[in-house]
Write a protein that binds this ligand. Sequence first.
Ligand code: HEM
Length: 489
Amino acid sequence: MPPAMDFIYKSMQANRTDRDLEFWMRSMRTAKGAPLADENKTAELDAGVSSRIILTRDPENIKAILTGQFSDYGKGESFHRDWREFLGDSIFVTDGEQWSASRHLIRPMFVRDRLVDTEIFEKHVQHLIPLLAGENGNKVVDVTSLFFRYTLDAATNYLLGDGTDSLQNPETEFAEAFRYVQRRQAQFFRLGVFKFMLSRTEFRRQLKVMDDFIKPYIDRVIAMSPAELDQKHSKSDTFLHALARFTKDRRILRDQLVAVLLAGRDTTAATLSFCLFELARNPEITAKLREEIASRLGVGASAQKPSYADLKEMKYLNAVLNESMRLYPVVPFNVRFSLKDTTLPRGGGPDGLSPVAVKAGSRIVYSTMIMQRSPENYDPPSAPNYFDPAQWKPERWVSGWQPKPWQFIPFNGGPRICIGQQFAMIEMGYTVVRILQAFESVRAVPEIGKSVVEDPRLRFEVTLTPASELNCVFVRDGEGAEHEKVVVS
Ligand code: HEM
C-alpha cells in the first residue's frame, strides 16, 4: 500500500477503535525528529503526501503559531474549501480580513453584560435535573447524551430565541442531522486527498435538514425593520438579532450561526460529561465541591442560584472545571497551514532546540492534549505536592501549582483564542452548581457488561467526545441508603 494510503488507513482504523490518542502519540515517537533528543516534541511525519506534515507538542512552537508568528500560519485555503459546504465563510474556517470581519461581527454577543444573564441555563438545567435522577425506575443514566441535549437546547435558545427542546423531545431531527454532518465532515477531513471516495449524498440531505430548521428564524429577522431590531435590544434579544443589525445577508447569517453552534455546543457538552463522570468516581472531591457550594449558596430547595460573580470566585469549582479541560481538552488536536515560507522556533538541530525551516503550504498538527498530559511539563514525582499529570486531580489547582504560560490552553491562545471562553465557563459552572445543589452525591457505575468502572474511552471527531458509556447514579438528599441497592441491568 502506498505510504499515504497506509497512514490514512491506520489513522481511520485507530479512530474506529477509539485509539486516536495512542495512534498520534506513536506517530510522534516514530516520526523523524532531532537525532539527539530523548523524545520527539516536534517531528516530521512521513505520510507519503507531497506537502510536509509536522507534529508538535512543544509549547514554544504552539505559542509561536498562535501568537508570535500568527500571521505566518492560518487555517489555509484548502481547509476553507473542505469545510465550505458546512460552515461557509464563517469565523471558523477563514483567515486574514475575512476572519477578522467575522470576529468583529460576533464579539458583541460575548461581552460581560450578556454573560451575566444566566436565565437560559436555569431554564434548561431545570429540564435536565429530573432526567439525571433516572427514568422508569432505572436510576443509572449515561450522562453524555443528556449533556449533549442540554447544551443543544441552551445554545439554540441563546442563538435563535427558541430552543430545540431536545431534552423534552429526544428525537429532534435537527440534532440528528447536525450530528451526522459533523461526523461525516470529520471523515472527509481524515481521508485528506482521498475524501472523494466518500459519497456526499446523505451529507447534503442532512445539511438541508439543518438549513430548513434555521431558515424560518432567518426569514423572521430579515423581515424586521432596523427600528424593530433596535427595539429588540432587550432580554429577548438573541445572537441572530445582533447579527441582523449588521447584515441581512442570508448566507452570512446562516454560516455564522452554524459555526457558533458547532463551536459552542459539543465542546461544553463533552467537558460537562467528563467532569461529572470524574466527580462521580471521586466522591471525596464531589463532597468538597458541594461544601464550597453549600457555604456560598446553600443546597437543596432553599439554595440560591449562582451569580456571574459567584461562578468567577468559587475556587474549587474552577479547579474542577480546569482539571477537566486539562485532562480532556475537547479540541485535542488542531492544524495550521504555513501561509508563507517561515520557521518554527524549536525542533531543529541535533538536540531539537534550534529553529526549523517551514515551507509555505506545510501542515502543522499541534496537540494540546498530548502537551497537557506530558510529564515533562510538570514537577517530578519527588516534588512536594506532586500530582500525577495522567490523573484527574483538581487538588493540583489549589495546592500552589499553576500551569506555566502556554502549557494549559484548552481554549487556545493569541488573537484566535476561543471567543466563547467566558460563556463556556459560566455555562459549565452554572450547570455543575445547580446539579450539586439538587443532588447530594453522584456515583459512577460500570458500563453494561463490565464489572468495574473504567477510564472513559475517547473518540476524536470534530471535537473530543466520550466513546464509552459514562454511567452515573445521582442521589438526592436522604436517598443514600436506597441507592446502595442500585444494580446495573
Ligand atoms: C469547553 C468549552 C470550549 C472549549 C474547550 C473551546 C475551545 C476552543 C478552541 C481550542 C478554539 C480554537 C479553534 C481554532 O482556532 O482552531 C475555539 C474557537 C472558537 N470557539 Fe470555543 N471552546 C469552547 C466553548 C465555546 C463556546 C460555548 C462558544 C460559543 C458560544 C465558542 C465559540 C468559539 C468560536 C466562535 C471560535 C472561533 C474563534 C476564532 O476563530 O476566532 N466556544 N474554541
